[in-house]
Design a protein around this ligand. Sequence first.
Ligand code: ATP
Length: 249
Amino acid sequence: MLELREVSTCYGNIQVLRGISLNVNAGEIVALIGANGAGKTTLLNTISGLVPPKSGQILLGGVSITRNSPSRIVHRGISHVPERRQVFGALSVQDNLLLGAYHRYRQDGRKNVMADIEQVYEIFPVLQQRSGQAAGTLSGGEQQMLAVGRGIMARPLLLMLDEPSLGLAPMLVREIFRVFTMLREQGTTVLIVEQNARAALNIADRGYVLERGRIVIEGTAEELASDEQVQYAYLGRRNGYRNDAKGKR
Ligand code: ATP
């Protein structure tokens, strides 16, 4: 569904992404893991058109979306839930959800959009209880649910999530990640960027490890979870790290 071919991105003359090639197949959950500053957010921003790539190609369903505007990319079916929630604080919960469907409101009509809001409320009942409340007054966890709910409201082919576990209690992380597996069952493809590699690999089908702007390891979630380098660097394993455990699969 999504394919990146040798994508490089720079801020001014600082190169952050270096020839990234990856693919996400329809119906998969793909995890992208990496340390602080590896370039994970930049990669999602490049895909969603917020930062133009310097070179390389991005294809959605075989059609190039390279350098399309962010709004065009939303229309094409990619929804991006950014890092640190970024909800519209002064607007109500329900209005934030409505904005998630802004680009399809005219085509799909109010009735369908309201039915989707009801579906988001079924997934996250707390949002229904708080539907009239200003989003900025929600707790961190509730705001994260709202940000995910707003992403769902776009009815995307591909839902991209940037660090959805950030700042959440373990129980909430489990709850939100359960929602991602449910969305996959309903046919949504998911690309998830996470520092919480354990949680991401638990639900993912496949994954990539990004280091200093390059993909250094790729494989199935099982392969990554049993990789010594991944275990040492991202899963908190202390012993048994071998320096030679590098390389692309
Ligand atoms: P984290 O997990 O800490 O969020 P990340 O893997 O998402 O990190 P990015 O946010 O993509 O990493 O940042 C990658 C590099 O690009 C960092 O060195 C960062 O300082 C730099 N960078 C990010 N945004 C900009 C910007 N707008 N201008 C200049 N440099 C930037």
